[in-house]
Every structure is written in structure tokens, then in C-alpha cells.
Design a protein around this ligand. Structure first.
Ligand code: OSB
Ligand code: MG
Length: 369
């Protein structure tokens, strides 16, 4: 395969609700859509789903677009490669910038799926016909508002509840949830809002029998996570700290977590996601697919990768219309009454790109060849 043209779209679909975590509130979510066109006439689309600000990871949407244009596209345009692994080898000189890499990488996965007339699931080696999903519930102004959203999502079928926490918005909230909803599948995500000085609070959370606590400590610190994991019973799940299969190997080696949230965007794509998956599977560690509030394009790749066998915990997979006024694909996925999303089996992305919508919500684009 040879890419002869890359189009970078900065896309912004209006949000119908904001999303608050310990690091801040997302009220606007511009995203980067990467279109690749190959020498043999195949088109693929991918998504670099970074946030607009550097509060989750250093990369922002604008940084993704800049790095794709100036550093990534020149390394791959008009070069031959046979596999995604070969494609990614061409990018080794670019450090980090995993969201940007994922934008290109996922577009190539789609192009390969089209070329080989296979579904993404088949290409990746996925085994599930449908994936279990949960909902990630942001920080609300009140406990009552949080309980109301949990009720709504449980009624809709979501299999597990994840709530965002931060110091002062933790024990009382979890207690209120347990009182109202009993033994539901419940997990928490702190997005690095705590330190080891908060040990007492983090230990108190053990009494609530949580499925996991996601990224309690700093994004660049697996050492403190391993200290914490020795003192708490709740399994720690790492999100921000894991950028690669090598990071995952080190984290597991020192006991920094018992579960990994694999987001394709954060680790540089589906190939690296699969490597982390394989490593975890070999070590008896379960994984799940997190999300970055992707559009229907990015979500399509998340669904496919979550069909791999070691994705044993429900994915963060709220439908696109929970957050956005519109979508870039026609007939996006939905969550059924039992909390499952069907994994597409048709060739290519599995969803039809709505080119008019892509045009409509593109605020800036650049063609590279
Ligand atoms: O930490 O998992 C996170 C969204 C943006 C940034 C970080 C996170 C999240 C979510 C939303 O929790 C998950 C989704 O895409 O539905
Ligand atoms: Mg997280």
C-alpha cells in the first residue's frame, strides 16, 4: 500500500452537554479527522481524538494537526508498506504524539479493511459479536443529579457505571450510589487528582467493593501507583500512565495496576492496543476500552478493538448523540437493552461516513500530497 494523498480535517460538532472531570470541563471538542487516499484508489478515514486543551495528555487537537502535517505525513507519503506494523516503523523517529499517530493509523486500518474486503474485527482478530458497554458519568453539580443520570443509564441497559471523582467529590458520592443502587457494577476515575498523601481516603474506598479505581495518581508515576496498590484492595486500573506495550509491561512488573484501560488514541493506535491486549492476556490481566468522546468514526475503531478476547470489562461507549448534536457517520451504533453494542461485520469501517456532515462540520482542512 502507498498513500498518495492525506487530507487533515479539523472538525467541530456542537456539543449538547459538557463533560466534567477532575482536570476540567470539556464544552467544545474539536477533533482531527484524517483521510488517506492510496495509489490503488482506496480511501480510509481515521480520528485523532485529543482534547482541545493539554489537561489530560499534553497533545491537543491543534498539536495533532500540526504534527500530522509537519512530521508524520512527510514520513509516509508515497512510501510503500505492506502492514500497519511497517507503517508504524516509519514513524519511530516521532516521539510520543500518540493521538496524531492514531489519526493516521486508524485511517490506514480502514483502508486495509476496504482493500481486503474484511471487517475491522476480522482484520484485528476480534472474537466477540457484541461488546459490553458502560457509561462514564462526569462530575455533576450535585449528588442528586449524578444519581439521576445513573438511574437513567441503568434503565437504558448500560452494564456498569463509572463516575468521575476528585478530592471532596468521592467518599460521600460513592456511599450515596451504593445506598441507592446496591451492588451495581461501579468504578471510579480520578484522572490523576490524588497523591499518596490522600492514602487514607483511597483506603476508605475499599469498603465500597468497587470494580476498579482508574488513574488515582499522577500520569507519569507508576511507582506511586505500585505503592498504593500494595495498600488498597480495590484493583487499580491505569489510563493516562500507559502509552505503549512497554509501559504496560513495566507497570505490571512492578504491580502498579491490576487492570488496564486501553484507549487506541492514547497508545498510538490499534496495533499498539493489540500488543497491550496480548501482553495482558498472557499475564492474566483483564483490559477494557476507554474513550475520548470520539465521533462515530473513532468509536468504530474502539468497538472493533474491544471485540478482542481479553477485553473482559465493559467499554466506555456512550453513543455519540449523548454528547454531540450530530455525527460523521450514518446510523451510528446504539446500546441495546442488555447493554451491548453489536460489532459490525461488514467490510471496511463498518459504518457509512456521511461526507456531507464531514464537510459541514469541517472548520479547517489541509491537503498534503
Ligand atoms: O479519563 O476516561 C477518561 C473523556 C475524556 C478524557 C478522559 C476520559 C474521558 C471519559 C469519557 O471518561 C469516555 C467516553 O469517551 O465515553
Ligand atoms: Mg480515565
Amino acid at each position: 500500500m502507498k498513500i498518495k494523498k492525506i487530507t487533515l480535517h479539523k472538525v467541530e460538532i456542537p456539543m449538547i452537554t459538557s463533560f466534567t472531570t477532575s482536570f476540567g470541563t470539556v464544552t467544545r471538542k474539536p477533533t482531527a479527522i484524517v483521510k488517506v487516499e492510496t495509489a490503488d484508489g482506496i480511501t480510509g478515514y481515521g480520528e485523532a481524538a485529543a482534547l482541545p486543551f493539554p489537561y489530560y495528555k499534553p497533545e491537543t487537537t491543534d498539536i495533532c494537526l500540526l504534527v500530522l502535517e509537519k512530521y508524520i505525513a512527510p514520513l509516509v507519503l508515497n512510501k510503500n508498506f505492506a502492514t500497519v506494523e511497517e507503517l508504524m516503523k516509519m514513524l519511530v523517529s516521532v516521539k510520543g504524539n500518540n493521538f496524531a499517530k492514531t489519526g493516521l493509523e486508524t485511517a490506514v486500518w480502514m483502508a486495509l479493511a476496504v482493500k481486503e474486503n474484511k471487517s475491522l474485527k476480522e482484520l484485528l482478530g476480534g472474537t466477540r459479536a457484541k461488546i459490553s458497554v458502560g457509561e462514564s458519568i462526569g462530575i455533576h453539580p450535585t449528588v442528586e443529579a449524578t444519581l439521576a443520570e445513573i438511574q437513567l443509564r441503568l434503565d437504558q441497559g448500560f452494564q456498569r457505571t463509572k463516575i468521575k471523582i476528585k478530592p471532596g467529590w468521592d467518599i460521600n458520592l460513592v456511599q450515596a450510589i451504593r445506598e441507592k443502587f446496591g451492588d451495581i457494577d461501579l468504578q471510579i476515575d480520578a484522572n490523576s487528582a490524588y497523591t499518596l498523601d490522600d492514602m487514607e481516603i483511597l483506603k476508605q474506598l475499599d469498603q465500597f467493593n468497587l470494580t476498579m479505581m482508574e488513574q488515582p495518581l499522577a500520569d507519569d508515576d507508576i511507582i506511586d501507583h505500585s505503592i498504593l496498590q500494595k495498600q488498597v484492595k480495590t484493583p487499580i486500573c491505569l489510563d493516562e500512565s500507559i502509552h505503549s506495550a512497554e509501559d504496560a509491561r513495566r507497570a505490571l512488573y512492578i504491580g502498579a495496576c491490576k487492570i488496564i484501560n486501553i484507549k487506541p488514541g492514547r497508545v498510538g493506535g490499534l496495533w499498539e492496543s493489540k500488543k497491550i491486549h496480548d501482553l495482558c492476556q498472557k499475564n492474566g490481566v483483564g483490559v477494557w476500552c476507554g474513550g475520548m468522546l470520539e465521533t462515530g468514526i473513532g468509536r468504530a475503531f474502539n468497538i472493533a478493538v474491544a471485540s478482542l478476547p481479553d477485553y473482559i470489562y465493559p467499554a466506555d461507549m456512550s453513543p455519540v448523540n449523548f454528547f454531540y448534536a450530530d455525527d460523521l457517520v450514518k446510523d451510528s451504533f446504539s446500546v441495546d437493552k442488555e447493554g451491548f453494542v453489536i460489532v459490525p461485520t461488514q467490510p471496511g469501517l463498518g459504518f457509512e461516513i456521511d461526507k456531507n456532515k464531514l464537510e459541514k462540520y469541517t472548520v479547517q482542512n489541509k491537503v498534503l500530497s
